[in-house]
Design a protein. Structure first.
Length: 148
């Protein structure tokens, strides 16, 4: 795994702090057809996702919950990256994000700003914080698939 240059490290830190302080897509999604919730009992992070999946596309996504800055930034970045995208693309992004955090895989273009969370991989306890919303997303998408 390559070590980010200091200016990139600072940029990534700013992206995470910005999303933690001003999370995007927070709230209830009216008309959602799937919902999933999860929590990390170790640190108290909680997240609930509302999804509107139509014709194989995530037409809408909103979240509620609370948690540490990593957890909140991760879910905020997730919603920004995946809203309006095909479910198949969401699955690819999910796999790439998990590989980046758990296997040390280099981030690809499919991650976009999610690459800012790459440094979390150095802190195994924090990896669970970053992955919580992705596990909830998987459950929500499975619920949508089952309902279809």
């Amino acid at each position: 795994m390559s070590v980010p240059e200091p200016q990139f490290d600072e940029l990534y830190r700013e992206v995470i702090l910005d999303h933690a302080r001003r999370p995007r897509n927070k709230g209830v999604l009216e008309g959602a057809n799937c919902h999933a919730e999860g929590m990390n009992p170790v640190c108290g992070d909680e997240v609930a996702l509302d999804l509107l999946v139509e014709e194989g596309r995530i037409a809408g996504i909103r979240f509620r919950g609370q948690g540490c800055s990593i957890s909140v930034a991760s879910v905020s970045l997730l919603t920004e990256r995946l809203e309006g995208r095909p479910v198949a693309e969401a699955e690819q992004v999910m796999a790439a994000f998990k590989a980046m955090l758990t296997e040390g895989a280099q981030p690809g273009r499919e991650l976009g700003d999610l690459e800012a969370l790459q440094g979390v991989a150095k802190f195994p306890v924090r990896v669970k914080c970053a992955l919580l919303c992705w596990n909830v997303l998987r459950e929500g998408l499975q619920q949508c698939e089952t309902a279809a």
